[in-house]
Design a binder for this molecule. Structure first.
Ligand code: SDX
Length: 429
């Protein structure tokens, strides 16, 4: 006998099916609620609403668990490569040696962008934010590949689009960085690995060969893996929403980049460093800024703190915090804002305001410390988040398409004016 939920509306009892996930999570399936009762549910920000079933990523906010396709994030971050994890997210299984070699080869093959795209970059101002550039350039990729605009295309075209996105986004990101510096763009060097090639395009110069530091390569590989997916977060839900109208994958990813840019989401990693710098430049009085974050009349909030799902700790933040020590030590960097971050965390975690609201450091709190240490400029931090999250966005889109999910179209409760007749302007007060 399958479990059901009973609700009583206007004296009538209705039974709704209960769905149980593979990790024991439970949901009331309200797919037939409106047709049977005329009622809908209301849940601002979807805080209690599941938009789909998914086999990609599992989070347990109370226990601080994050797994990609069942593999704990701690193991993948320690032992995996980013493209290996991308393959896992997209295909559901870790690749064998041959599968990984083929996947890496397909990504390398598509690393160049159409030469005409370089003209687009000329017309962005030199201080254009790289997230604005990236979102625009990813969307414009669809104009170079018209076949990608045909919904439900044969899977070989879809797979090629997936390769193109994973291969070209680092190239576009690096060009936007070089554009900001006024330096010559670097072409991809396909003799290099994915992370090394990105660093080559970022820091290489036509006049001298760039040799990536293995410490930096390892740090970036780990950060990309830690950001690779996070179930139905704001940007992944945006990608699913856009993809559900059968818009092409480039457009859906471009929309995901736009959603990630927000300071409450991926844009927080840039805001964290700016916040720490502000506290440092203000004399380092951390209690003053913690009080500001608690003050409802003050718009300031502690960026990098709090999470919709994690209510004990964000496992990614713990891994990144440990890694920041190791990486800065290996690189011989002493970053004063790291000490401020640690002190801020220590004070906040003992403060009733944060304890009562279960606010802990999230993935964005320490990531900027490492990006900074490996030479990534602050305005590129969210671009790095997007590069990491790309395979997760694509996996979520792919699952939605393969599951033949309907176009997303939520309902609403109307609270505006009731019916009234038009009044000619001459008769209006
Ligand atoms: C990411 O969803 C994901 O999985 C996202 C992500 C991913 O991998 O995709 O994990 C990446 O986006 C991480 C979050 C990065 N954002 C920030 O660091 C911005 C700062 N954090 C907050 O804005 C907030 O915590 C959110 C947006 C992350 C979560 O917001 P919720 O779940 O809507 O919670 P809320 O805003 O309703 O907060 C509950 C209470 C409120 O106080 P009360 O009204 O109950 O008195 O906690 C307070 C909030 O004011 N609060 C904070 C706070 N975060 C929440 N107060 C001060 N500083 C903060 N950072």
């Amino acid at each position: 006998m399958s479990e059901t939920a009973k609700i009583i509306l206007e004296g009538k009892t209705y039974e709704l099916p209960v769905v149980t996930g593979s990790e024991g999570e439970k949901a009331i399936d309200i797919s037939k609620l409106r047709s049977e009762t005329g009622y809908i549910t209301l849940d601002l920000g979807y805080k209690n609403t599941g938009s789909t079933t998914s086999a990609i990523t599992f989070l347990d906010g109370e226990k601080g668990i994050l797994r990609y396709r069942g593999y704990p994030i701690e193991q993948l971050a320690e032992k995996g490569s980013f493209l290996e994890v991308a393959y896992l997210l997209l295909n559901g299984e870790l690749p064998n040696a041959k599968e990984l070699e083929e996947f890496e080869g397909n990504i390398r093959y598509h690393s160049l962008v159409h030469e005409d795209m370089k003209h687009f970059f000329q017309f962005f101002s030199s201080n254009a934010h790289p997230m604005g550039i990236l979102s625009a350039m990813v969307s414009s990729l669809s104009t170079f590949y018209p076949k990608s605009q045909t919904p439900n295309r044969p899977s070989k075209d879809v797979i090629r689009t997936i390769y193109r996105l994973i291969a070209k986004m680092p190239t576009l990101a690096a060009i936007s960085y070089k554009k900001n510096l006024g330096q010559p763009y670097m072409y991809p060097d396909n003799s290099l690995g994915y992370v090394e090639n990105f660093l080559h395009m970022m820091y290489g110069m036509p006049t001298e060969k760039y040799v990536p530091d293995p410490v930096v390569v390892d740090a970036l590989n780990k950060l990309l893996i830690l950001h690779a997916d996070h179930e139905q977060n704001c940007s992944a839900s945006t990608v699913r929403m856009v993809g559900s109208s059968q818009a092409n994958l480039y457009s859906a990813i471009s929309a995901g980049i736009a959603a990630l840019w927000g300071p409450l989401h991926g844009g927080a990693n840039q805001k964290v460093i700016e916040m720490l710098e502000t506290i440092r430049n203000d004399g380092g009085d951390i209690h003053k800024w913690v009080d500001k974050a608690k003050d409802k009349n003050d718009p300031f909030r502690l960026f990098g703190f709090g999470h919709r799902v994690y209510k004990n700790f964000d496992p990614r933040a713990q891994i990144i915090k440990r890694s920041s020590d190791q990486i800065l030590g290996k690189l011989g960097i002493n970053d004063p804002v790291l000490e401020i971050a640690r002190h801020l965390e220590e004070i906040a975690l003992k403060d009733d305001y944060f304890i009562e609201r279960k606010l802990y450091p999230n993935v964005d709190f320490y990531s900027g410390i490492i990006y900074r240490a490996i030479g990534i400029p602050t305005r590129m931090f969210t671009v790095m988040f997007a590069l990491g999250r790309l395979p997760g966005w694509i996996a979520q889109w792919k699952e939605m398409i393969e599951d033949k999910e309907p176009i997303s179209r939520p309902r609403q409760i109307y609270t505006g004016a009731n019916k009234r007749d038009y009044v000619p302007i001459a008769q209006r007060k």
